[in-house]
Design a protein around this ligand. Structure first.
Ligand code: SF4
Length: 437
């Protein structure tokens, strides 16, 4: 099989891994135009200093010996199969790098023969790149769960970032949909990487000590192929961040690539809005000091599809608003929809010198059209969140969305769309309102 056919097959097979984001665009050159793109092959990632870099995204092989029900590469699928050699990938990477197409490599693999053999092939590829070709660019490589610890460690010294995909949010789902994978082996490489990094950080910062997975580790979860609710997924992500110090958890809306009775029959689009809400919740945990339990409660374990998780939290907890801009702590400011870490700091700096009014907030980076319902400036609150949360909700979303939401809310089986805790709202509504608005 010639190399370009291999690239076609193995770049296509790699596109379902979202641990770095594929450009996802196919665009053919037409008469009179220049340039074309392929949906798979080049993807992007962000470095710790915020730069976006392009990576050559490939699977080493798609000839998998496992039979995960949700995966296009499962052994029982009749698809074209291909396998690179380590040298082919190293040459391709160098070739693309020299032409300035890419700044690094994202290398994943299906399981060929066994997990150790697959890891050895990845190591061979990275050794050629690093030692023989002197390649100093960014490399993101998959750690294969179940592989020998020595192999994981060697990969860690060759790569910048590693990822171990959790794939499904519970052991039960893994057992059912990925029967060849050992759910207990899955977290072992993550643990090993965390421990090794910690151990090395105690030694002087030599080049060798700094070169073990310097860009940290990440993982990905498939959303919607198994029955876990949003709260369980957010809770797992929180545990992963805390336990293994992950840089990123990626969420991938389940795309039905296989017909299988164990998988949900998704006839419409993949659950992309749910995926989006998960990224928003993830952001709240990483940058806004929210815990998973605050974002979603046990009695309302799924996202409100019409309100983002922060606004949803605010309307559910309207007794904590309005927040006085002049005296609120940094943490309280962060909880206000429309205020981010940077604008919260701007407010804290500016209010030392003068009394802030709503009109000042825009200049400080606040999205006033959202924040106005949740703040009080100089003792004046602009909105009636306490007396009329429904009005606030209807102001935050479009009127069409609000009508759909109200309709869905009146149908008791649509629990995911519940707006707020009616019982609690009634209790607060009956209290005398002390806010002017
Ligand atoms: S191990 Fe499972 S998820 Fe990974 S490539 Fe093979 S079939 Fe797909």
């Amino acid at each position: 099989m010639d190399l370009s056919r291999k690239i076609e097959i193995l770049a296509e097979s790699a596109k379902y891994d979202v641990s770095c984001s594929s450009s996802g665009v196919t665009n053919n050159t037409r008469n009179g135009t220049v340039g074309s793109t392929a949906s798979a092959g080049i993807c992007h990632t962000f470095t710790s200093d915020g730069r976006c870099v392009s990576l050559l995204k490939l699977l080493f092989t798609n000839a998998c010996i496992f039979d995960c029900h949700y995966c296009i590469n499962r052994k029982s699928n009749a698809i074209p199969r291909a396998t690179f050699t380590p040298r082919e990938i190293a040459d391709l990477t160098m070739d693309f790098y020299m032409r300035n197409y890419i700044e690094g490599l994202f290398l994943s693999s299906a399981i060929i023969k066994n997990v150790d053999y697959t890891s050895e092939l990845l190591i061979k590829t990275l050794r050629i790149l690093r030692y023989e070709k002197g390649f100093k660019g960014y490399i993101h490589v998959k750690a294969i769960p179940g592989a020998d610890e020595k192999l994981i460690e060697e990969l860690g010294f060759l790569a910048d970032r590693m990822s171990v995909n959790v794939e499904l949010p519970s052991r039960e789902s893994l057992k059912l949909l990925a029967p060849d994978k050992d759910p207990f082996a899955l977290y072992k490489p993550m643990k090993q990487i965390t421990h090794k990094k910690k151990e090395l950080s105690q030694f002087p910062a030599t080049q060798q000590n700094n070169s073990f997975v310097p860009a940290g580790q990440s993982t990905q979860m498939i959303i919607g192929a198994s029955p876990e609710n949003d709260r369980s997924i957010v809770t797992i992500a929180e545990n992963l961040y805390q336990k293994y110090d992950l840089k990123r958890v990626y969420y991938s809306a389940y795309i039905p690539v296989n017909q299988d009775s164990l998988l949900p029959a998704i006839t419409t689009d993949p659950p992309l809005l749910r995926e989006h809400r998960l990224y928003q919740a993830d952001w709240l945990m990483r940058f806004y000091r929210f815990s998973a339990a605050e974002i979603l409660s046990e009695d309302k374990p799924n996202f409100n599809l019409y309100l983002d998780p922060k606004a949803n939290w605010a309307v559910q907890n309207y007794d904590q608003f309005p927040v006085d801009i002049q005296s609120a702590s940094y943490d309280q400011l962060l909880r206000i929809p429309g205020i981010g870490p940077k604008s919260a700091l701007n407010i804290i700096k500016a209010r030392k010198y003068y009394q802030l009014h709503l009109t000042d907030l825009k200049k400080l980076g606040v999205v006033v059209k959202r924040a106005q319902y949740f703040v009080s400036c100089n003792g004046v609150c602009q909105s009636g969140l306490i007396n009329d949360p429904e009005w606030v909700i209807s102001s935050l979303i479009s009127s069409r969305q609000y009508e759909t939401l109200k309709k869905a809310n009146s149908q008791s089986h649509h629990e995911q769309l519940a707006l707020f805790d009616v019982e609690r709202f009634e209790t607060i509504k009956n209290k005398e309102s002390k806010y002017a608005y």
